[in-house]
Design a protein around this ligand. Structure first.
Ligand code: DLZ
Length: 160
């Protein structure tokens, strides 16, 4: 559903599998931390609201979005997680760097998702402006972190 019509934080709790007993990994890029930390905090709050224990949420930080792929793969390999949420925020600048980071990170996470033991949740915001990022990290369109947490719990339950 297009975000113009959809608040990222709205979900029906009855539709979400319980997170009790689940371990969820979160990898967070520090670049654009004003937005990525808001997504991280939203994801954590939503996981807790849906039964995940605080002890079962593992958070790891990386420098920028391009490092999400490696850290997500590392976490799947080394942490006993049921799903990993990969959170980053890329904002368009004056050079084509934006396109390379978006493409590389998205392709890397997509490839991981086809091969990895557990699902990878795509929490990469790709924005043309700071306002677009603010709108999606607790602003008028809700919080992408909430959406990612719901997706993680639904995907973790796929194998049940
Ligand atoms: C270098 C860079 C630039 C220009 N912009 C962003 C951005 O908007 N969002 C983001 O998460 N990271 C950015 N980075 C950093 C790269 O993701 C990466 O950390 C560095 O290129 C080092 O590999």
């Amino acid at each position: 559903m297009a975000t113009a019509l959809h608040n990222l934080s709205q979900y029906n709790p009855a539709d979400i599998p319980s997170g009790k007993g689940r371990t969820i990994g979160i990898v967070v890029a520090d670049w654009n931390d004003r937005y990525t930390y808001a997504m991280r905090d939203g994801a954590i709050r939503t996981l807790l609201d849906n039964g995940v224990s605080a002890d079962d949420i593992i958070v790891r930080h990386v420098p920028g979005s391009f490092e999400l792929v490696y850290a997500t793969a590392w976490m799947i390999e080394n942490d006993e997680v049921d799903a990993v949420i990969s959170i980053g925020c890329v904002i368009r600048g004056d050079t084509p760097h934006f396109d390379y980071i978006c493409q590389g990170t998205t392709q890397g996470l997509a490839e991981l998702n086809t091969k990895a033991r557990v699902p990878v949740i795509y929490g990469l915001l790709t924005c043309n402006t700071e306002q677009q990022a603010a709108d999606r990290t607790g602003g008028k369109l809700g919080n992408k972190g909430d959406e990612c947490a719901v997706a993680a719990l639904r995907m973790a339950a796929i194998a049940d």
